[in-house]
Design a protein around this ligand. Structure first.
Ligand code: AMP
Length: 273
């Protein structure tokens, strides 16, 4: 299962993604973090994207989509992942769908964290990161225990260049123009879980988990994610976790109490109907 976290800069995608990944045992794929790492290490990707990232502009689609597809193609994602920061425009969303339908599985849900511009600006301008472990703090909402030092590793905290006031406005404008239409794209596909993210971390996290898990750890996926034989006329509840492929590629044992296994391309899902 893949979960895409959508929302404007500063809405708390990164923080929520980290906790959700720990709780649901999913991998965290953050395009922003990968790009900042590449810049820090001065790789060739890093030098290509530095100017975009530091000024808050979007990195060209070709570069970012290739990076994401490479990451999604590695074989360490069997238990699923959270995609944070991608897609950022409808072209990226379409390319992702194309890749997913051809390569692994199309099963995914989208969490849309929604907050007011006032909340976003307050969060972005006070955000500070650890230079070493990338832990996130906030001058008001989550201040470090010791002045400007990371609580976890003691390294110095810094402000992201793109969190400076003049860049924040640019990022929010780009979000409205290019990323907001992706929300509609997913709403039309019936994948969107809308969450009010003006609240503090804990209630938002609680609601994410509640919506994702649904009853009995199952969530509702659109009909298009299910094989035609099982899809019937409506959406179906589906377990969050991939079921490991049975040895020899055989059909997995059917479980009792209405749970059975659904084959989606190369993956099996445990499904409760
Ligand atoms: P984030 O940490 O998600 O706020 O991303 C930081 C910056 O990385 C963005 O302002 C963009 O410059 C770049 N970036 C991250 N993800 C993408 C993407 N999907 N498409 C284009 N640029 C991106």
């Amino acid at each position: 299962m893949m979960i895409i976290l959508m929302g404007a800069p500063g809405v708390g995608k990164g923080t929520q993604a980290k906790v959700l990944c720990a709780k649901l045992k999913l991998r965290h794929i953050s395009t922003g973090e990968s790009l900042r790492q590449a810049i820090k290490e001065n790789t060739s990707l890093g030098s290509q994207v530095r100017q975009y990232v530091e000024s808050g502009r979007l990195v060209p689609d070709q570069l970012i989509t290739r990076m994401v597809i490479e990451r999604l193609s590695r074989n360490d994602l069997k238990s699923g992942c959270i995609l944070d920061g991608f897609p950022r425009n409808t072209q990226q969303a379409r390319d992702l769908d194309k890749f997913l339908s051809a390569k692994i599985t199309s099963a995914y849900m989208v969490i849309y964290l929604d907050a007011s511009e006032k909340t976003l600006i307050q969060r972005l301008s006070g955000r500070r990161l650890c230079k070493k472990c990338q832990a996130v703090f906030h001058l008001v909402n989550m201040p470090p225990k010791k002045d400007m030092r990371c609580d976890f590793c003691g390294a110095e905290l810094y402000q992201r260049p793109d969190d400076k006031e003049e860049t924040i406005k640019n990022r929010l404008r780009i979000y409205q123009e290019q990323t907001a239409p992706v929300i509609d794209y997913y709403a039309k596909q019936n994948r969107l879980l809308h969450i009010d993210a003006n609240r503090e971390l804990k209630p938002v996290l609680k609601e994410c988990l509640k919506l994702l898990k649904g009853r009995g750890n199952h969530i509702r996926l659109p009909k298009s994610d299910l094989s035609p034989a099982r899809a019937g006329s409506g959406s179906r509840k589906i377990c969050l976790k991939f079921c490991p492929l049975p040895p020899n590629g055989g059909v997995p044992p059917t479980a009792a109490k209405g749970i059975f296994f659904l084959k989606e391309r190369d993956d099996f899902y445990k499904v409760r109907l």
